[in-house]
Design a protein around this ligand. Structure first.
Ligand code: SF4
Ligand code: SF4
Length: 163
């Protein structure tokens, strides 16, 4: 059987738009400030993009044999999902970062269901927005064992990076 064609990012550019902080010499992106190379629906210097984080970034939607359905492409579902960023008590966790202020309910519901089916904890990160402006503060959404949810909430309160 012919293997499925790899997924194409276009027109998604979510991982370069600043929802994920990127802070290396060749590429910088912050909330509200996309990478300077991100234009026309892609990277204008793709051949020279830095190894870290650009080449090593593993987008769960784009990955080979991704379990994520087509509609969960990050620009569409408004969340960037990663499977390789966090382990909790030896278990790989699902990390989802909002590509916008909130992870939409439909996306969150799918991720929670998937987390349940695969017995993985889920950590979502969202951005506080007041009167149409991002405040720079985050909030988290968790799903999974109560110990996981409590630990993430405590670490978040302490201001730790969670993944
Ligand atoms: S978030 Fe995923 S699908 Fe979107 S541009 Fe990045 S790698 Fe491609
Ligand atoms: S250098 Fe290219 S791939 Fe890397 S963050 Fe910027 S636009 Fe994205």
């Amino acid at each position: 059987m012919k293997p499925p064609a790899p997924r194409e990012c276009h027109p998604c550019t979510a991982c370069c738009e600043g929802w994920l902080k990127i802070d290396v010499e060749a590429a910088r992106a912050y909330l509200g400030s996309p990478c300077a190379h991100c234009e026309n629906g892609g990277c204008n210097d793709y051949a020279n993009r830095p190894v870290h984080p650009c080449r090593t970034f593993v987008c769960a939607w784009r990955g080979d044999d991704s379990a994520l359905p087509d509609w969960l492409r990050p620009d569409n579902c408004k969340a960037i999902v990663m499977f390789d960023r966090l382990t909790w008590r030896g278990q790989p966790a699902i990390v989802a970062v909002a590509a916008g202020a909130r992870i939409p309910q439909r996306t969150l519901n799918w991720l929670k269901q998937y987390a349940q089916e695969t017995q993985r904890p889920l950590l979502g990160e969202e951005y506080e927005k007041i009167d149409g402006a991002f405040t720079g503060k985050k909030r988290i959404v968790t799903h999974g064992p109560p110990d996981f949810m409590q630990e993430m909430a405590e670490r978040f309160r302490r201001g730790e990076n969670l993944w």
